[in-house]
Design a protein around this ligand. Structure first.
Ligand code: NAD
Length: 253
């Protein structure tokens, strides 16, 4: 049987690809034959660690710094990406930041704008930079990393939950424009995954959260990356507008 998960010849952009979920997706994509460019903010150590891991297999990942909430930076990143990869087939929007468990009444405009700006507006800006080219070529994949909190909500995280629910809505709406011309737009809504983002919560919050999970533990980044590989590859050709949920059973849709 043909390997339908093969990405040979595909060119992928992964935002927030220096560590955590984005880095695991980058690693999986290059292992399956894709050429990959990532962006991050101030995480040269993460980029070095990622390239060290893949270099043992003769592979590498291109990397640049780019704040996805800044339209000027995103335009420059898209130009740079085309110069190193050529036209892009796959965009994974994984860049994201968590909130600080702050009650809504104490959430200022700056906090709200930062969280929504990176998680939702950043997803839109990066998608927009590549979507037109995919439509012209009648081929492409957009994979947005949302969160199960888009469905579930969480106290102290109104901005984050609103942004992630926005990512799910954006994904559904855009899929109607993409699917007729061969561009499949989907999302992934992970449950809690052991990354620096998760570890920024208090020990008390982490214990409480773990206790709520049917599976009794947090996920690993390697348990999320295969879902992105499915959606990026020929194996996922019939998915459009979906939000897949590797979440240990915490939310059932
Ligand atoms: P992480 O903190 O490990 O990695 C975040 C990555 O995003 C890093 O590469 C960082 O440099 C980059 N980044 C941060 N701000 C950026 C910006 N303004 N512009 C460009 N890049 C930026 O986080 P993670 O846990 O791997 O999260 C990845 C995605 O998964 C996020 O969208 C997050 O909301 C989502 N998510 C995470 C969890 C979890 O429990 N870890 C659960 C559900 C969803």
């Amino acid at each position: 049987m043909k390997n339908t998960f093969d990405l040979t010849g595909r060119r992928a952009v992964i935002t927030g690809g220096s560590r955590g979920i984005g880095a695991a997706i980058a690693e999986s994509f290059v292992e399956h034959g894709a050429q990959v460019a990532i962006c991050h903010v101030g995480d040269e150590d993460g980029v070095r660690a990622l390239n060290q891991r893949v270099s043992s297999r003769g592979l590498s990942v291109h990397a640049a710094s780019c704040d996805v909430s800044d339209p000027v930076a995103v335009t420059a990143f898209a130009q740079w990406t085309r110069s190193v990869l050529g036209e892009v087939d796959i965009v994974v929007n994984s860049a994201g930041v968590g909130g600080g468990d702050r009650p809504f009444s104490e959430t200022g405009d700056d906090d709200w704008d930062r969280i929504v700006g990176i998680n939702l507006r950043g997803t839109m800006l990066v998608t927009r930079a590549f979507f037109g080219g995919m439509v012209e070529r009648n081929h492409g994949r957009v994979i947005n990393i949302a969160s199960q909190l888009a469905y579930k909500g969480a106290p102290g995280l109104a901005h984050y939950c609103a942004a992630k629910a926005g990512v799910v809505g954006f994904t559904r709406a855009l899929s109607y424009e993409g699917a007729p011309v061969g561009v499949m737009v989907n999302a992934i809504a992970p449950g809690p995954v052991d990354t620096e983002l998760l570890r920024s919560h208090s020990a008390q919050w982490l214990d409480m959260k773990k206790g709520q999970l049917p599976i009794g533990r947090f996920g690993t980044v390697d348990e999320i990356a295969p879902t992105a590989l499915l959606l990026a590859s020929d194996a996922g050709a019939f998915y459009s507008g979906q939000t897949l949920s590797p979440n240990g059973g915490d939310v059932m849709l």
